[in-house]
Design a protein around this ligand. Structure first.
Ligand code: UDX
Length: 442
């Protein structure tokens, strides 16, 4: 099939490359010339394991191309995917849908014939129906050369596993308008391979598909904040949250995944999606329905403060203390620092007067853009040298596997906070370290 993908960020670039990998002919489009130039030359402008190989292979095979020219989009295909961002609005919890709207404004007047536009971006419920109305108006204004159907096909990919999640999704959801829809059939062709492998395929109305995405993310965020709330109690009564999570996780109605207590969630999705979901629920009149998400958010933000408080407890005062923060990305296997808990902690410690040094295997450049004044180490050893306190804030494999004896030779004081509950505590204690962790009395 021929298709275009509009917006080539984490979501769009991955979708474009993976659709080509499935054998489709794909044109990726973005207004950002630098990004398009990089992608055209086989360079992924962010860190995503496995994606550079998929990109290169499909560029070479001639199934994949990128452009900034919207005229080409209109001519290239009759099926289009929107993968532009829907960030949190300034000064509000709501999502900013202006980029999605701009795609419709730009694209529809250029179209001729029958087109299907699948939205993949996470949007407030009701957006797709409004976009359909606007698309119909624009098509009429342009002389009815085109008939445009808007459908919603939410994306569930996780950064770090984006290629696998796109090529072998655990489910495909397509929201279609009630009448004369061609989108379901088109989606069946796009995802033919996954359907052959019996991937669940769920066809819904537009508003259900929109809600599926935010509900999934709100549930995941709630699960993390649940265990982090329990973690607060554990800290006070001297219980161990990791053993507790193992024990409740064996109940397969609960499950152990996303019960990792620690510094909490960040990234470009979970924090903004729960806020946008709350805001939208209020707008549609379900004022009380999602107020608990405010608490989910608050529990999450308190974990960041807890690490700062714990640092102060361990060091006495923070002023002038040399603290090394291991991790800047919001999670391992990513260079994404959007709403990163690790960077938030680093920033707060620095504001409180500590001398903060950061190391991350992939996210240093992005971190420097957010906090240019912090000190960035050149290697893990360099980061540890002279530290009076080490904080493991993002659970990269090389931090989890750090040898406590080797680390002891580099630091000034053997103090560490395991912000993700991933270190082998006994080994660190036997090597002479004072180790603290969230939700455990060690
Ligand atoms: C998430 C959803 O998982 C994905 O389905 C959706 O499409 C986009 O949002 P992502 O943001 O890539 O994906 O990261 P995810 O792996 O879900 O982790 C989110 C955050 O939660 C990270 O900061 C992670 O460190 C944190 N987390 C995760 C925990 O604190 N504890 C856990 O047990 C799991």
């Amino acid at each position: 099939m021929r298709m275009t993908v509009i917006g080539t960020g984490y979501l769009g670039a991955t979708h474009a490359a993976c659709m080509a990998e499935l054998g489709h002919e794909v044109l990726g489009v973005d207004v950002d010339e630098a990004k398009i130039e990089a992608l055209k030359n086989g360079r992924v402008p962010f860190y995503e394991p496995g994606l550079p190989e998929v990109l290169e292979r499909n560029l070479e095979a001639g199934r994949l191309d990128f452009t900034t020219d919207y005229e080409r989009v209109a001519e290239f295909a009759n099926v289009h995917f929107i993968g532009v961002g829907t960030p949190q609005q300034r000064g509000s919890y709501a999502a900013d849908t202006r980029y999605v709207e701009a795609v419709i404004e730009d694209l529809v007047p250029k179209l001729e014939g029958n087109h299907i536009i699948f939205g993949k971006s996470t949007v407030p419920v009701g957006t797709a129906a409004a976009l359909q109305e606007r698309a119909d108006e624009l098509a009429a204004e342009a002389g009815n050369k085109a008939s445009v159907e808007i459908a919603w096909n939410p994306e569930f990919l996780r950064e770090g596993y984006a290629v696998k999640d796109t090529i072998e999704p655990d489910r495909i959801v397509v929201g279609v308008r009630g009448k004369d829809t061609n989108a379901e059939q088109a989606a069946r062709e796009v995802y033919a391979q996954a359907l052959e492998n019996e991937t669940p395929f769920i066809v819904t109305d537009l508003q259900t598909a929109e809600l599926v995405k935010v509900s999934a993310n709100a549930f995941l965020a709630t699960k993390i904040s649940f265990i982090n709330a329990v973690s607060e109690v554990c800290e006070i009564v001297g219980a161990d949250v990791t053993q507790l999570a193992d024990a409740i996780g064996y109940d397969d109605r609960i499950g152990r995944k996303f019960l990792g207590a620690g510094l909490g969630f960040g990234g470009g999705c979970l924090p903004k999606d729960i806020r946008a979901f709350m805001a939208r629920a209020g707008e549609v009149g379900a004022d009380q329905a999602l107020t608990f998400l405010r608490e989910v958010d608050a529990i999450n933000m308190r974990r960041r403060q807890r690490i700062v408080d714990l640092s102060r407890e361990m060091l006495g005062s923070l002023i002038g203390k040399r603290i090394t923060v291991l991790g800047a990305a919001f999670k391992p296997n990513s260079d994404d620092v959007r709403d990163s808990p690790a960077l938030a902690v680093a920033g707060q410690l620095s504001l409180a007067g500590a001398s903060v040094r950061i190391f991350d295997p992939q996210a240093m450049e992005n971190a420097k853009k957010v906090f240019p004044t912090l000190d960035y180490a050149t290697s893990l050893d360099d980061a540890l040298r002279g530290a009076e306190l080490v904080i493991l804030a993002t659970e990269w494999a090389e931090f989890k596997e750090l040898d406590p004896k080797h680390a002891a030779e580099l630091v000034a004081e053997q103090r560490i906070i395991d912000g993700r509950n991933v270190l082998p505590v006994d080994a660190w204690q036997s090597a002479g370290w004072e180790i603290r962790a969230l939700g455990r009395s060690l």
